[in-house]
Design a protein around this ligand. Structure first.
Ligand SMILES: *Cc1c(COP(=O)(O)O)cnc(C)c1O
Length: 409
């Protein structure tokens, strides 16, 4: 009835083998499957669960909002409040528009870039994922890579004719036919790959030289790395942003936004069309506002400390076991690769991801009650609900998994 049994391919166990656990409920750091088994969850819906599951502030806000109606098709106060919070936190961002997914946000931001510059070409980086719209799927990382696909069938050559794919962490040639350079400021869909020093600054300069727009896809980094996301973390300000995941508190949301001078380009003010029946949904804005309210500067310090404890613990366990393993971390964001050096691009990430170690470690962890994502191209998402005790239990399970599964040389 459901192709592959899943409503998003990354959830299938295709790249690790076996059958997915069906989730019955979740609370804080835990999910329970329908058989009553409990897992310490590092999937956290692939990013939205920064507070952990079912945080009372979020569930209460959603419940109260639902009682007032679930969608109106007219402007609401919470949309304005959310736009204010987002623009306050992200340096340089002057306006936002809400969508129902990150895919839509990235797709709309690209259209805006093309409309504003009158140019067609976009440059993206191999291994960066920007949702599943036709023009952005090329060399997409994440679920696309997980399924062993380079790209998707059904995307016409015409749809990607204006998409140039470049290697991550190298400054591409940007000429005056380029509307936008689109980048994950920390790549988190080919495992976690940090930008090398100068990469983001170099993209900013290359765009400025020819009047191309720089677009940060902060669907994962946004409101996770810091209050102002990667923009604040790295101090490089793009022209366009897209967000999702954390900003919806677990409800369907996407956001794109931009510098002030781009605001007038979007309908109804300008000629670039974009729309959505459920955009700015009352439940999603309630969940988003409730989530952001919890995300104080202190919360980011706590989250980074938790991520560091996990990363350091896993790295120490690997050394102890004599396993070849690296745990790249940028503040609160971390991943794991079973190779010696942290990959810097998609080719290196693929070589590490496909060496056969991840599926064995994944299943050992799952048997011990620890759920990592069922594929080697995903980040780990510890939440504010993960205590030191949960982290230490996870590190012990990881050490045991390495003992049982001697890693590749
Ligand atoms: C998840 C993700 C998207 C797509 O968001 P959806 O809500 O799944 O459509 C886009 N960009 C990045 C960086 C993502 O991680």
């Amino acid at each position: 009835m459901i192709p592959g049994g899943v409503n998003s391919p990354v959830r299938s166990f295709r790249s690790v083998g076996g059958t997915p656990y069906f989730v019955a409920r979740a609370q804080g750091p835990h999910v329970w499957d329908v058989e009553g088994r409990r897992y310490i969850d590092y999937v956290q819906s692939y990013g939205p669960g920064i507070l952990g599951h079912a945080h009372p502030a979020v569930t209460e806000a959603v419940g109260a909002a639902a009682a007032d109606g679930t969608s109106y098709g007219a402007p609401t106060e919470r949309e304005v409040l959310l736009a204010e919070v987002l623009c306050d936190r992200v340096p340089g961002m002057a306006w936002t528009r809400l969508t129902s997914s990150g895919t839509e946000a990235a797709m709309a931001a690209v259209r805006l870039a093309r409309g504003a510059t009158g140019r067609n070409k976009i440059i993206k980086f191999a291994g960066c994922y920007h949702g599943h719209s036709d023009g952005l799927l090329a060399a997409g990382g994440s679920g696309v890579a997980n399924q062993g696909l380079a790209d998707s069938a059904g995307v016409t050559p015409g749809a990607v004719a204006d998409t140039v794919v470049a290697p991550y962490n190298q400054i591409p040639a940007v000429d005056d036919e380029v509307a936008a350079v689109v980048v994950e400021p920390v790549a988190a869909n080919m495992g976690v790959v940090a930008p090398v020093p100068g990469f983001l600054e170099g993209l900013r300069a290359a765009c400025d030289r020819v009047g191309a727009l720089l677009m940060f896809d902060e669907v994962i980094t946004g409101f996770r790395l810091s209050p102002g996301g990667a923009t604040e973390w790295f101090g490089v300000v793009p022209d366009l942003w897209c967000f999702g995941k954390v900003v919806g508190g677990g409800l369907p949301i996407g956001v794109f936004g931009g510098r002030d001078e781009l605001k007038g380009r979007l309908a109804p003010l300008g000629g670039v069309y974009q729309a959505g029946t459920l955009s700015g949904n009352p439940l999603a804005t309630a969940a988003g506002l409730a989530t952001l309210e919890q995300l104080t500067p202190d919360a980011y310090r706590t989250l980074a400390r938790t991520a560091a404890r996990l990363a350091d613990g896993m790295a120490a366990a690997a050394t102890e076991a004599g396993a070849v393993c690296t745990v790249p971390r940028v503040g609160p964001l971390l991943g794991v690769f079973f190779c010696a050096e942290a990959p810097a691009d998609f080719d290196q990430a693929k070589a590490a991801a496909e060496n056969g170690v991840y599926p064995r470690v994944f299943h050992s962890l799952l048997e011990s009650g620890v759920a990592f994502a069922p594929g080697p191209y995903e980040a780990l998402f510890p939440s504010l609900a993960h205590t030191d005790e949960h982290i230490d239990t996870t590190v012990e399970a990881f050490a045991a998994a390495l003992e049982r599964n001697p890693a590749a040389d």
